[in-house]
Write a protein that binds this ligand. Structure first.
Ligand code: PLP
Length: 414
């Protein structure tokens, strides 16, 4: 019997799909190592959006004319693509949002305000992005619930043995965590957190903004209750995202945004809500962006999420290996097998913004800052890091140019 071989990602072939790599930066080819912030867009996504606007665009869920029906069909086909992408059991569980931030705020406001109160505990983690940290902190304050933060260990992994102590201060109602940390790349044990949360009678809200572009996200296998992602991080346009929620929870929740499309009937005496998912999609949605997002989901699915994860893992190992040659470097985060293709580091005595500036002169784009994870920066004892992150189009030469650039940084600023 033939042994199935793992398909290897052909990053060089995929890279040719991305027009941005034709650009020169300071007369040098672009080395784009900031995909964790936002991914570049392939021609297929750009073409799909152009074709949609040129042939099928009208507002959705309003018109009966041919073009409006065509637009409706494309928009709802995108919902089906998104359903398949996260393996939801029904398209009614797929809410189109403007991005992960909006999806997480939707849950915090609509579910949180209706379900939290004094004596309850809201638990987030030290790894969380502000998008998942701050809305829960705010809603906990509004409702009188306690707000607790699960710490990480020195390797950058969640301290799961601290969970039970967290529940001592009240009834845990919400656990909110990211699937993949945008700063350290840590892959969190979402299934275990779901099991623990459900044992407490709590829901698990997963921020998959950083996971969905890089690993298979299967909401049924994860066992979570809500999951949010952004289009722009998975090669789609900005301004679109998905919130998946368990149908019974979404049905029971009040709406978040109010206005057109999300109502069934309106009168001065009483307004009633539309069925799922429209109850949570007030106003004209980002129609062309949703079409582009679906194309991006198809694009990365065709490349293969497992192949993407293996490709990034190889780049990560190469990067950790090469970066450790740089004198005075501190690398943050867990061992390569426990993380996605993200490397955060600092150079002794040189501010990350200066590092990023000098690297830009070499055509190397990296992110410097707190990466919207200030509680994590506090834990690491730094104000900021420099972060390099990889995606489908990343190639080892870009890592080598990063390392060469860092030697230059040391020579000019060290
Ligand atoms: N969560 C994580 C882990 C992220 O990395 C990001 C973006 O950097 C977000 C949430 C917020 O995503 P968006 O800005 O697309 O809403």
């Amino acid at each position: 019997m033939a042994v199935p071989t793992q398909v290897k990602l052909d990053a060089r072939r995929l890279r040719a799909d991305f027009p941005i790599f034709g650009e020169q930066i300071h007369s040098k080819p672009l080395a784009y190592l900031d995909s964790a912030s936002s991914a570049q867009k392939p021609r297929q996504v750009l073409d799909a959006m152009r074709e949609f606007y040129e042939t099928s665009y009208a507002n959705v869920h309003r018109g009966v004319y041919t073009l409006a029906v065509r637009s409706d069909e494309r928009y709802e086909a995108a919902r089906e693509t998104a359903r398949g992408f996260v393996n939801a059991s029904s398209p009614r569980e797929i809410i189109f949002t403007r991005g992960a931030t909006e999806g997480l705020n939707l849950v915090a406001y609509a579910w949180g305000l209706a379900n939290l109160g004094p004596g309850d505990v809201v638990l987030v983690t030290e790894l969380d992005h502000h998008s998942n940290f701050v809305p829960w902190q705010f809603i906990a304050q509004r409702t009188g619930a306690a707000f607790r933060v699960l710490p990480i260990d020195d390797a950058g992994e969640l301290q799961l043995d601290a969970l039970d102590e967290m529940s001592a201060s009240g009834t845990v109602k919400v656990v909110a965590c990211n699937f993949v940390s945008n700063t350290l790349g840590t892959i969190n044990p979402v299934e275990r957190l779901a099991g623990w949360a459900h044992d407490q009678g709590a829901i698990l809200v997963v921020d998959a903004a950083q996971a969905a572009p890089h690993v298979v996200v299967d909401v049924q296998a994860l066992g979570c209750d809500f999951l949010a992602l952004s289009s722009h991080k998975l090669c789609g346009p900005t301004g679109a995202g998905v919130l998946w929620g368990r149908r019974e929870l979404l049905e029971a929740m009040p709406p978040f945004n109010l206005g057109g499309s999300m109502i069934r009937s309106v009168s001065a005496a009483k307004t009633t809500w539309n069925e799922l998912p429209y109850k949570f999609e007030a106003g004209t949605p980002a129609i062309g962006e949703v079409v582009g997002m679906a194309e991006a989901m198809s694009y990365i699915s065709a490349a293969g999420l497992d192949a993407i994860a293996r490709h990034e893992h190889e780049l990560l190992e190469h990067a950790l290996d090469r970066l450790s040659e740089v004198p005075g470097i501190t690398l943050y985060g867990p061992s390569p097998e426990r993380r996605a293709g993200i490397v955060s580091f600092n150079l002794d005595g040189i501010h990350p913004h200066d590092v990023a500036q000098v690297l830009d002169w070499e055509g190397v784009a990296v992110r410097a800052g707190h990466h919207c994870t200030q509680p994590l920066m506090t834990k690491l004892g730094v104000a900021a890091t420099t972060r390099a992150s990889f995606y489908v189009y990343s190639i080892p030469e870009e890592v080598d140019r990063l390392v060469a650039g860092l030697h230059k940084v040391k020579r000019s600023l060290g």
